[in-house]
Design a protein around this ligand. Structure first.
Ligand code: SAH
Length: 371
């Protein structure tokens, strides 16, 4: 896939209007469809709390609501902005659930982000409880295979009572009435201590980031296979998370640029760098869309994602390979780590004309050089 193709938005008709989608964006998975179909009532103000590309927002608008659509993942939020454009009554905010200041919504619609862990779900539910008006309804969607029953229990504890109102195979939608008082959520920041490249480092993570409680073993392995001398090098970290790869390199004197599409990860990286007295360019970006057009690097590193919205999707990893190639100077090197079941060699060979395996075991470390 070419980068232009990756970044292009596509139109998709839905019963509630045109939805825009793009590679790397979540929001058309089954729980979104089930909730969009189930939601009902006479609504003045609605919050779509994990909006994806905006399917549920359109359904809420069709109920007559003014909608606030919130989405923290950059790829989804870009498509969501296109879905909302021209719809008048849908406002979009690419922000985090715990940053919301508007309250008193009649309806909050929430597709649980269970694939991102319990702490993330807890914050999503806390934000729903806080932003709902007393007596308002939470419409909650998720999969039984991903803990829906347990999360419904949490929602009842935080908000009030409610039942399952729609189902399709493992998918469930419940509607709950808010009967309890809720305070503004304040997410716990987790601390990770780890020895990386011979230095004891500390990272700070907000809920919902990749590998929130320990450094990913694949990332550790990649760090061991990078050049010993990186001082003065310009390094691009694609899908940087909270900075597990970049921070050790920055502390060794590299000029690092981090690109990351998840805002909770971006905020985590910002704290981790500032508390380590390290500097970097940390950009909220869908692949390289936020990077200056002519910016080039000596080294690109990545532990690429292979899930979107809980499903295996390789569009983003393929776009990372394309971006790495276009962002390297001649002679520049792209280091990538992956699970052995992911066959990235073919893409690397096609783009770069060469690929070398530096390590093979539980993970593989691959290197391609830009000619
Ligand atoms: N480098 C980090 C994170 C690796 S996981 C580490 O080693 O710990 C892959 C990361 O890619 C995740 O943080 C995920 O949010 C990010 N990501 C997913 N899709 C992306 C996209 N379209 N653009 C940029 N980053 C993306």
């Amino acid at each position: 896939m070419e980068l232009a193709e990756y970044h292009a938005l596509q139109k998709l008709p839905s019963p509630w209007g045109t939805v825009y989608r793009k590679p790397g964006a979540a929001g058309l998975e089954e729980p979104y469809r089930l909730l969009a179909n189930a939601v009902s009532g006479n609504v003045a103000r609605a919050l779509d709390l994990n909006a994806g590309v905006g399917l549920i927002s359109l359904a809420l608008k069709n109920l007559g609501a003014d909608v606030l659509a919130v989405e923290e993942r950059r790829a989804s939020c870009r498509a969501l902005q296109a879905t909302a454009a021209g719809q008048g009554s849908i406002d979009v905010d690419c922000t985090l659930p715990w940053e919301l200041s508007q309250t008193d919504f009649d309806i909050v619609a929430l597709v649980l982000g269970a694939e991102r862990g319990n702490d993330w779900v807890r914050e999503q539910l806390a934000a729903a409880a806080y932003t709902l008006a007393d007596g308002g309804t939470l419409w909650l969607a998720g999969s039984r295979k991903a803990g829906f029953e347990r999360y419904l229990g949490w929602a009842r504890e935080m908000l009030g009572s409610g039942e399952v109102v729609a189902r399709n195979k493992d998918m469930r939608v419940a509607a709950l009435q808010k009967r309890k008082v809720a305070t503004k959520p304040a997410p716990l920041v987790n601390t990770i201590e780890a020895e990386l490249r011979g230095k004891l480092l500390r990272f700070y993570t907000f809920p919902g980031v990749f590998s929130a409680n320990e450094i990913d073993p694949a990332s550790e392995l990649l760090l061991e296979h990078l050049p010993k001398e990186v001082a003065g090098k310009e390094i691009l970290d694609l899908g940087a998370g909270y900075g597990a790869l970049s921070l050790p390199l920055a502390l060794e004197g590299a000029n690092t640029t981090l690109l990351e599409q998840s805002l909770t990860a971006v905020e985590s990286a910002r704290i981790s760098f500032s508390r380590a007295n390290a500097t970097a360019e940390i950009l909220y970006s869908d692949v390289d869309e936020s990077l200056q057009e002519d910016k080039l690097f000596d080294i690109v590193i990545s532990n690429p994602p292979f899930h979107v919205g809980g499903h295996v999707v390789l569009d983003v990893a393929e776009a990372f390979v394309a971006a790495a190639h276009s962002r390297l100077r001649p002679g520049g090197r792209f280091y990538l780590v992956a699970n052995p079941f992911l066959k990235y060699d073919r893409w690397l060979q096609q783009r770069f004309g060469n690929v070398r395996e530096l390590y093979s075991g539980r993970y593989r470390v691959l290197l391609s050089v830009k000619r």
